[in-house]
Design a protein around this ligand. Structure first.
Ligand code: ARG
Length: 345
């Protein structure tokens, strides 16, 4: 079964990624330069594995996440073991980037990066095959136009897009969207284009719509370290990328408390943030029932949550960060209770 329409209500069933075998993704130097932290540009080249100690520690962290989830009564399914160096891919760790459940629709991302096109099939194809057998679920596998990929063709003449992809075919990463009930809130980015947003719209269940926000982020890729819908009625945002005014204007957040993220995350050098910023502190996984999984070092945020009546559940995850994301990125919720079963707080 698959059924989920928000980021916060009770979690019943989830997919968790796997780090083993992950390699630095490589699309082109131009793409690396527009998205990745400068000090690590040199790592982004074909067939370059992440350091083995990072992958091993990341897999231990992912296993720990799985035991926390299972102890909470959540059903967990895992990514398959894939040798990404052999297939020229990236990772099976960041499940959220390419899969999204909206209502009973399971939607696979038409990735813009060619190194990711096989990722969902190889790492999660077995889970999708099971879901396809369930008559209550509709699975939308990614569709790519035939022939040469034109998405990186230079169309700078007349194009006003600040991003590295053009609009010649639909492309998006599912992590550029969060689910806020019947409204999906998303952004255009270096991996998501307007044609991709339309493609997503066409695959949503009836009654759902997409609302695009425009965060200030020249390196935009994935919205889940920019917005955090902690529970119904409480939204946290990255204060350097969004403004209160821009978010409070949206119908979907009418009546919500909208707050800048309360803590300034600290940079660290070890294990390295090869691909992201320390704002991954916002990339949490909500268990529902007033509990949220956060990184074990983020105790200041934990205290803030407690003061708000939300229980932080700590899990080490810094080595997973090195591969490109945190708890939200490394999971896909398959089943969350519907909102009606939520006790409003
Ligand atoms: N772009 C975000 C940052 O640099 C990271 C988002 C990661 N999200 C993901 N789904 N992989 O802070």
């Amino acid at each position: 079964m698959a059924s989920a329409s928000n980021e916060w209500s009770n979690l019943r069933s989830v997919i968790v990624g796997r780090a083993k075998g992950s390699i630095f993704p490589y699309q082109s130097e131009k793409v690396t330069r527009s998205i990745m932290p400068e000090e690590f540009f040199h790592e982004f080249k074909p067939h370059n594995p992440f350091p083995e100690y990072i992958l091993q520690a990341a897999d231990r962290e992912l296993d720990q996440l799985v035991s926390i989830l299972e102890k909470e009564g959540v059903k967990v399914q895992r990514a398959r073991d894939v040798d990404w160096n052999k297939v020229g891919g990236y990772t099976g760790c960041m499940a959220r980037d390419g899969l999204m459940v909206v209502g009973n629709h399971v939607i696979e991302a038409p990735y813009s990066w060619s190194c990711r096109k096989q990722e969902i099939e190889l790492a999660f194809g077995h889970i999708l095959a099971d879901l396809e057998k369930d008559p209550r679920v509709r699975v939308f596998r990614a569709e790519f136009p035939e022939g040469r990929d034109t998405i990186y063709d230079d169309d700078s003449e007349g194009s006003e897009s600040p991003f590295s992809i053009n609009n010649s075919r639909p492309a998006f990463d599912t992590a550029d969207f969060i689910r806020v009930g019947n409204t999906i809130v998303g952004q255009l980015s270096h991996v998501t284009n307007p044609a991709g947003v339309n493609y997503l719209r066409e695959r949503l269940p009836e009654g759902y719509n997409v609302q695009i926000i425009e965060p200030k982020d020249p390196a935009a890729m994935h919205i889940d370290a920019t917005l955090l819908a902690l529970r119904k009625g409480l939204l946290l945002y990255h204060p350097m990328k969004c403004t209160y005014e821009s978010l409070s204007r949206l119908d979907v957040f009418k009546g919500w408390e909208i707050l800048p993220f309360p803590i300034m995350p600290k940079h660290r050098t070890e294990p390295p943030f090869f691909m992201t910023t320390p704002w991954l502190v916002m990339n949490v996984l909500s268990l529902g029932n007033g509990k949220v999984i956060i990184e074990e070092n983020d105790t200041e945020f934990g205290e803030w949550l407690k003061a708000r009546g939300i229980e932080p559940v700590y899990c080490p995850f810094q080595h997973v960060h090195s591969i490109g994301g945190s708890f939200h990125c490394a999971t896909v919720d398959l089943i969350r209770d519907s909102d009606d079963e939520l006790v409003d707080s």
